[in-house]
Design a protein around this ligand. Structure first.
Ligand code: AMP
Length: 112
């Protein structure tokens, strides 16, 4: 079981920002920006590569919810970054699909 599934199950604590039937948003334990949240589906999907067409509505819900959370967090006026790391070269460490919502500072491009 991944660490994120344990957070969903409330077996380990997290600072939860938002929760509904489909998703959970909480503070990243090692923030890389003044605001660094993780938004995850409750459904166990290891990577972005494991999506099936039936997940399209779920993913739409997550992206919309990310935009609402960014506004609520006060990071959307100047802009922020929404990131999905995918597998080894993408830098994915936890194999439960997640969006990073990063804001509160300026981000460079291209990423490292
Ligand atoms: P990734 O490298 O895209 O898989 O990102 C995994 C993220 O999960 C990292 O930014 C970690 O800091 C974060 N993380 C790992 N364990 C926890 C935890 N228990 N609570 C909150 N965030 C965590």
């Amino acid at each position: 079981m991944t660490i994120f599934k344990k957070i969903i199950n409330k077996e380990i604590p997290a600072q939860i920002i938002y929760e509904d039937d489909l998703c959970l948003c909480f503070n990243d334990i090692k923030p890389q920006a003044p605001v660094h949240l993780l938004l995850i589906p409750k459904k166990e999907i290891p990577t972005l590569d494991d999506l099936s067409e039936e997940d399209s509505k779920l993913m739409g819900h997550l992206v919309y919810r990310a935009s609402v959370i960014a506004k609520e967090q006060g990071i959307s006026d100047v802009g922020y970054r929404l990131v999905v790391n995918v597998k080894e070269y993408g830098g994915q460490e936890v194999h439960h699909l997640h969006f990073h919502i990063l804001g509160g500072r300026n981000f460079s491009w291209p990423p490292g």
